[in-house]
Design a binder for this molecule. Structure first.
Ligand SMILES: [Zn+2]
Length: 277
């Protein structure tokens, strides 16, 4: 298996992975999308709410605020020694008390949530929660716990994850000499991967595989059948978008921990099966 990173920022990771089967790539994608534990608000106590929104709407908004997560310290409630009752190893409290003393309405933002652990805070301080009028007050106590996205989407560690085949286009430009059209192919490619400037025949741009979506427009439109569109066997371009709850390094480390646990469990269960001959 080989891996080449194409792009890496705080919110985007793009890499080419080669030498593994599509089943394996899909298993990795599924683990990342549904099984990485992250923090999210799961319980809300609303002590005062003068805002125009119902308590339930505010609770839902709080639960959807992405929170930075520390997997080294916190445990899933069901795996915690407290039995899921709630202790400093499995729960974080976020409180919010805002009184509008001005003469105009004010907005309450995610930055107004005060966490009892400075490592577990909203990823973005500028997420609006609710607006309150003058002399109004909101007092909230919220409790965040680790959870899995297969139980609720608020615990999803990534905002988007997908892979696609590694495109491979074979282009025989010797066939272009006979072509009467001023290259319909270069006009039809939605990604603009063919360059026709000052050339008798178009050229396929370098690194076309990074943006090619395998739409087949070029192959379908070419009157001389000069183009063959295919893909590399066992090579995939993987893209992950994160909202910043966990760094990519932590996501990948946890993914393979979970993956290996699943394989061990599968082997163990397989050993228990009695096969009748
Ligand atoms: Zn606990």
């Amino acid at each position: 298996m080989s891996l080449e990173i194409l792009e890496r920022t705080d919110h985007n990771l793009k890499f080419v992975v080669s030498g593994i089967s599509i089943e394996m790539v899909n298993a990795i994608r599924r683990v990342i999308i549904s099984e990485i534990p992250v923090m999210a608000v799961d319980e809300v106590i609303i002590l005062k709410n003068d805002s125009p929104l119902y308590d339930e709407i505010i609770a839902h908004r709080l639960s959807m605020i992405p929170l930075t997560t520390d997997l080294e310290v916190y445990k899933l409630p069901r795996e915690c020694s407290c039995g899921g009752y709630g202790c400093p190893l499995c729960q974080v409290s976020l409180t919010c008390e805002v009184t509008n003393t001005t003469n105009t309405p004010i907005e309450i933002y995610s930055r107004d949530l005060n966490s009892n652990d400075p490592k577990i805070i909203p990823v973005d301080p500028n997420i609006p929660i609710v607006k309150i009028d003058k002399n109004n007050k909101v007092i909230i106590e919220a409790y965040a716990i680790l959870g899995l996205a297969k139980d609720h989407v608020k615990w999803q560690a990534v905002s988007n994850i997908f892979y696609r085949f590694y495109p491979q286009i074979n282009f025989d430009d010797s066939k272009c000499e006979k072509c009467s059209d001023k290259c319909i192919v270069s006009r039809m490619c939605p990604e603009g991967l063919y360059d026709f400037t000052n050339k008798k025949s178009p050229i396929l741009v370098e690194d076309y595989w990074k943006t090619c979506t395998l739409c087949n427009s070029c192959r379908n439109e070419c009157p001389e059948e000069a183009i063959k569109v295919g893909w590399k066997e066992n090579s995939y371009i993987f893209s992950i978008e994160s909202d910043g709850v966990l760094p990519f390094k932590a996501i990948m480390k946890k993914t393979f921990e979970i993956f290996l646990e699943k394989i061990d469990e599968f082997v163990e269960k397989l050993g228990e099966v009695e096969i009748e001959s």
